[in-house]
Ligand binder design. Structure first.
Ligand SMILES: Cc1ncc(COP(=O)(O)O)c(C=O)c1O
Length: 425
């Protein structure tokens, strides 16, 4: 786990209070409220928009626990920084100065013990765009890129949309947890047309944190076969109790030279709409090639709200994050108990990181059309369908539990009712 210094104390203290009693702890820490339901109607929120729900799920009146943003307000210092910037009233062309880089560097040092150099950091407005630009930078049409399904589906789209071939190294499910098939990985890495491996770390949707040994083994195979590793670590700040995350490039100098690390404040602090990310490339030659593609696409400008919001998040948002993690851990315990008590046929793969959990419905049905009918149409709960993440996701769904517990409870009640009705029919 991180060295949280004083904040470790804060987390321990908070666990000892019941949910509604506290506004201050020890006179130092503000108690953030994750229980209040915030109405997101009329905010153009993708997750809640009825027309989007109708298009994606065939229903518009749904409880949405799908796309990965949170139903919580961002930390107060971020709101204050954005309001202050907005009140200035001029939103002209904006650049990144020392302060921006220092905020990223200090954050990675503090939370991950990773020393990032300023010149390694390349701004890109989002990690999905960055993955697309990397494929353009490092691949020729027809080249191959490896992923590990079930995995965040825009990876596959980015590979295909840029004229390359998807190579899958499917994760192996033993009915409890997923592991990597290293023999298959190595065999596929030996293909001379395989140029890139997109590592999802921590992994979305299965919620695993890869061990140092697993990451090292993957990295060594990639080095031996000249495969560049894109480590998408967008979820690396959302590490749940009892687990340790290793930044891929922080494991050894040779892994750092072989990889590109993608981080962002977007998942951590609920800033996805600000479209910002940090693409960190220690290897100079790889960095120059990537920067050239950004230049070719005229990617240089920066949204002033993103800069100020991001700086405030990294500099003043840590206390909020530690309280958020406690709330998320409690939501996992809540889901686990609810399912064990009410719907033991549905298995929750306990996430080690992220606010996304992978639900195994295969004991109910292996027919995805039936599963979608039960969840989307009968329960009217919007979850990410398992097959969105690849064929290997069949029989599963992904739930986003970054919401007030009352919403999570309501979603579980609805799912439970529709599944029980089906089982009794
Ligand atoms: C693994 C992963 N990468 C990238 C993204 C999206 O990144 P961005 O919004 O910066 O494009 C997500 C969002 O859910 C994600 O889970």
């Amino acid at each position: 786990m991180y060295d949280k210094s004083g904040l470790t104390t804060c987390r321990v203290i908070l666990l000892n209070f019941d949910n509604n009693s506290l506004t201050k702890t020890g006179g130092h820490y503000m108690r953030y409220d994750f229980d209040t339901i915030i109405n997101r109607e009329d905010t153009d929120a993708l997750k809640w928009e009825p027309s989007v729900l109708r298009e994606k799920f065939g229903e518009k009146d749904m409880l949405p626990l799908w796309v990965a943003d949170m139903d919580f307000k961002t930390p107060q210092p971020v709101i204050d920084a954005i309001v202050k910037r907005a009140e200035h009233g001029i939103y002209g062309y904006t650049i990144r100065l020392k302060d921006y880089y220092d905020a990223v560097i200090e954050w990675e040092q503090k939370r991950h013990h990773w020393h990032v150099k300023k010149e390694w950091i390349v701004f890109t407005p989002g990690i999905v765009p960055a993955v697309n630009y990397m494929i353009q930078a490092y691949c020729l049409a027809g080249d191959k890129v490896m992923i590990q399904t079930p995995v965040y589906y825009p990876f596959g789209h980015a590979i295909a949309n840029n004229g390359c071939q998807v190579v899958d190294n499917p994760l192996v499910y033993d009915g409890e947890q997923y592991t990597i098939d290293f023999e298959d990985f190595e065999k596929k890495a030996k293909d001379s047309r395989l140029k890139l491996f997109i590592l999802c770390s921590p992994h979305n949707p299965i919620g695993r944190i890869w061990t140092k040994e697993e990451l090292t083994r993957l990295g060594e195979i990639c080095i031996a076969n000249n495969v560049i590793v894109i480590a998408d670590e967008i979820h690396h700040d959302l590490i749940l109790e009892g687990h340790t995350h290793h930044v891929f490039a922080n494991i050894s100098k040779s892994l750092a030279e072989q990889s590109i690390i993608c981080t962002a404040p977007s998942k951590t602090f609920n800033l996805a709409g600000l479209n910002t990310s940090n693409i960190i490339i220690p290897n100079k030659e790889l960095r120059i090639r990537y920067e050239q593609v950004l230049e070719n696409n005229s990617i240089s400008g920066q949204n002033p709200m993103s800069i100020d919001g991001m700086k405030a998040a990294y500099r003043e948002g840590e206390e909020w994050l530690d309280q958020l993690l406690v709330y998320l851990e409690d939501n996992v315990r809540f889901m686990d108990k609810y399912l064990a008590d009410n719907l033991p046929h549905v298995k929750l793969l306990k996430p080690e990181a992220t606010y996304l959990a992978w639900l195994d419905f295969t004991a109910i049905t292996t027919d995805d059309r039936i599963l979608e009918r039960l969840i989307f149409h009968d329960a009217k709960v919007a979850l990410d369908g398992g097959t969105w993440f690849g064929d290997t996701g069949s029989g599963f769904m992904r739930i986003n539990f970054a919401c007030p517990r009352s919403i999570l409870h309501e979603a579980l009640e609805r799912i439970c009712k529709s599944v029980k009705d089906y089982m009794q029919s």
